[in-house]
Design a protein around this ligand. Structure first.
Ligand code: B12
Ligand code: SF4
Ligand code: SF4
Length: 237
């Protein structure tokens, strides 16, 4: 069972994999995700990456586990599941159904807001970040960790004061897509996927990444490298 200092241990272990504890959510009993015991989770520790620094670590693992299905999700599970257990919690993952509300958790934990593309935008990392899992803690495990909603109040709500899209007058992300897949009604997945199968789509978005995402000026320094972009585009298409 976890003890004092375990959050620091967890953070250090995640950092060794290029991941980080992005923030905490303290859900009310009604909306809380369920633990395997059936009880409500008292806290959700959100795990992800800011920028693409974890990519070489994942690639090394992938070379050692070639042939594994859904390698990115499998790596996330291989890394996060044992860390969750030793911290006294249970891991859940964004790719597992029923889908857990990762973006709602990120809004609550980090104060991030949505971009016109659907992805949440970070004031420093722009659209170049993601979520790899979350750890659910029951009330006892939370008490062992010595963490409370009040103590965490001043925490990591990085986006609470700045939403880059509010001051982005031209919104270049909205005019970059060759098939106008983004509208106030949502993201037209079918048009996007059909375009990616065309010759210009294969040479364009499939090899250099989503042009709309790439048009955003925020966090350019943290843009993923070419191999990572192509991996995500292949997984998505
Ligand atoms: C289903 C899904 C999709 C579907 C969307 C279908 C649809 N129109 O609803 C598809 C396959 C199209 C998709 C695509 C992408 N997705 Co997606 N997706 C998900 C997934 C697995 C479930 C979403 C869900 O329904 N959750 C359940 C509800 C209850 O939770 P929620 O927090 O309230 O969910 C909200 C979002 O889903 C949002 N939403 C609705 N439509 C769309 C469409 C897009 C493109 C996005 C990003 C969000 C979004 O509205 C929901 C209600 O509030 C989540 C992971 C997760 N578990 O949330 C990732 C997730 C939302 N996707 C993500 C990403 C990054 C992408 C891609 C950019 C992948 C890529 N190529 O790298 C693409 C975008 C396409 C592009 N042009 O590049 C990230 C977003 C991270 C962020 N910064 O916010 C998530 C959180 C996964 C992760 N591991 O981080 N995705
Ligand atoms: S281009 Fe502007 S509106 Fe679009 S996601 Fe980036 S900051 Fe937001
Ligand atoms: S991947 Fe290409 S076609 Fe799809 S939304 Fe992005 S810019 Fe549009």
């Amino acid at each position: 069972m976890a003890g004092a200092g375990d959050i620091e241990t967890l953070e250090a272990e995640l950092a060794g994999h290029g991941l980080c504890l992005r923030g905490w959510v303290f859900p009310d009993a009604e909306t809380a995700p369920r633990l395997s015991t059936g009880g409500a989770a008292a806290a959700v520790g959100l795990i992800g990456h800011l920028g693409g620094d974890f990519w070489p670590i994942f690639e090394t693992w992938h070379h050692q586990h070639s042939g594994v299905e859904n390698p990115f999700d499998s790596w996330s599970k291989a890394v996060i599941t044992p860390l969750a257990l030793s911290a006294g919690g249970e891991a859940v993952f964004p790719s597992d159904k029923p889908w857990q509300p990762f973006q709602q958790w990120a809004r609550a934990a980090e104060g991030l807001k949505g971009s016109p593309l659907g992805m949440l935008i970070h004031p420093v990392y722009g659209l170049w970040h993601g979520y790899r899992g979350a750890i659910l803690f029951g009330p006892e495990a939370l008490a062992q960790l010595g963490l409370s909603a009040a103590a965490n109040e001043a925490g990591s709500a990085v986006g609470a004061t700045i939403h880059p899209c509010d001051t982005c007058v031209d919104k270049p992300c909205l005019s970059a897509c060759p098939v106008d897949a983004f509208s106030p009604n949502g993201f037209d997945v079918a048009s996007c996927r059909a375009y990616l199968k065309t010759d210009p789509g294969r040479k364009g978005c499939m090899s250099t990444g989503c042009l709309a995402r790439d048009a955003c000026p925020v966090g350019r320094a943290h843009r993923y490298d070419g191999a990572q972009i192509r991996f995500h585009m292949t997984a998505y298409s």
